[in-house]
Design a protein around this ligand. Structure first.
Ligand SMILES: NC(=O)c1ccc[n+]([C@@H]2O[C@H](COP(=O)([O-])OP(=O)(O)OC[C@H]3O[C@@H](n4cnc5c(N)ncnc54)[C@H](OP(=O)(O)O)[C@@H]3O)[C@@H](O)[C@H]2O)c1
Length: 352
């Protein structure tokens, strides 16, 4: 193994802290533990975490027990940006001191000061980027890219409707939609309309307006694609109705579980199945989960994340960071996500 390199981020010492979920419950179950620094195995890299993303999935895993969920105790966090601290045996693709970004492929573990991950999962981050902005690209922008370019296959000039348009994935969809030359509409609460307009979309207040009727009145015959991270049988049905002939409905999230619970998932799947039986030229393609897709398409993962990081460095995209919260104050981050009324992605940052 190579020696630890001291860099501007300082010596790691012998201990570190990470956040754990010891049992299901509210934000207050999150705890901080101190333990020995993890050692990278063969093919792994130890990374000092500078920024870790907080997502709706982290809340669901913490709150509910369901098949396939993480065994207790576990550390949440799917996306990190950090600096390479120590190399395991056989690693030559990254250098100590280099900044990297990575998805943890469904394993979690991101809310921590140090993490060991396979070198193959880590993508170099161009110099000078803000770690909090860069970490938004890993889950949110990759999900948006997968939805827009691999599932809906949007074409320049097409019209799209983005639900949850001011959310983490929603703002990423609007940025990518702008780059793709799309005409965009986005549902959001009134307090987020200024942001949705600034990102190039016509805002629709889903709390007070019938989005389906509004889309009809704004477009005449509907949109070419709807991106729905909300879920629920009624929501998905109305999203389908907002499509014009030949349109594609991409349901990829379950934000509605926050208020309605896990029942939203089977009901949405049932509706998705029924929609597939309706003739008339509209489609509701199933979008693969980002974790499954990236595991099966590692080249796509590396290439797309690298392209997104280059776009950020070139100023073509500017992720919306809702709030930067110190890494070990994850309780506050989860409370904010539970409460709502934020825009963009909540990020945990080291040394804040
Ligand atoms: N399939 C995948 O691989 C994948 C990957 C990542 C995320 N996801 C899913 O995507 C979903 C969204 O993630 P996110 O990180 O963007 O969450 P987020 O940042 O919490 O954004 C969701 C937004 O939805 C809005 N909202 C809530 N109810 C709504 C409704 N009925 N109609 C329209 N907007 C509504 C809220 O905006 P306002 O404050 O404006 O009301 C909220 O900010 C999550 O449920 C997650 O499960 C899936």
């Amino acid at each position: 193994m190579k020696a630890i390199v001291q860099d501007e981020y300082g010596s790691p010492g012998t201990k570190h802290h990470r956040v754990v979920v010891p049992r299901h419950g509210g934000p207050d179950v999150l705890q901080v533990v101190e333990e020995a620094l993890p050692e990278p195995g063969a093919g792994e890299v130890r990374v000092k975490v500078l920024a870790a993303g907080v997502s709706a999935y982290d809340l669901m895993d913490r709150r509910y027990s369901f098949p396939g969920g993480p065994p207790m105790p576990y550390t949440p966090g799917q996306d990190i940006v950090g600096v390479v601290d120590k190399l395991g045996e056989g690693v030559s693709t990254v250098e100590p001191g280099q900044k990297v970004a990575g998805f943890t492929f469904g394993d979690g573990g991101g809310y921590t000061e140090f993490i060991c991950r396979p070198a193959s999962e880590l993508v170099p981050v161009p110099a000078g980027l803000d770690p909090a902005e860069a970490v938004c690209l890993v889950v949110n922008y990759l999900t948006a890219h997968l939805a827009m370019h691999r599932t809906a296959n949007v074409q320049s000039g097409e019209r799209i409707l983005v639900h949850g348009a001011a959310g983490g994935v929603g703002t990423a969809l609007l940025h990518l939609g702008q780059l793709a030359g799309l005409e965009m509409y986005g549902t959001a609460s009134r307090y987020n309309h200024e942001l949705v307009s600034a990102l190039g979309a016509t805002p629709i207040d889903y709390r007070t307006e019938d989005f389906c009727a509004r889309i009809r009145s704004l477009t005449g015959d509907g949109v070419d694609a709807v991106f729905d991270p909300i879920g629920g049988a009624t929501q998905v049905w109305r999203s389908y109705r907002a499509l014009r002939k030949g349109g594609r409905l991409v349901w990829f999230g379950m934000a509605a579980t926050k208020k309605k619970g896990l029942w939203v998932i089977p009901l949405t799947l049932l509706m998705q199945g029924l929609l597939a039986l309706i003739p008339g030229g509209k489609q509701a393609p199933l979008m693969p989960d980002l974790g499954t897709f990236t595991q099966e398409h590692t080249d796509w993962y590396r290439e797309t994340l690298t392209e997104l990081l280059e776009s950020l460095a070139a100023g073509r995209i500017k992720p919306v960071v809702a709030e930067r919260i110190p890494l070990l104050e994850a309780v506050r981050a989860h409370e904010l996500l539970e409460r709502g009324e934020y825009a963009g992605k909540v990020v945990l940052v080291a040394g804040a």
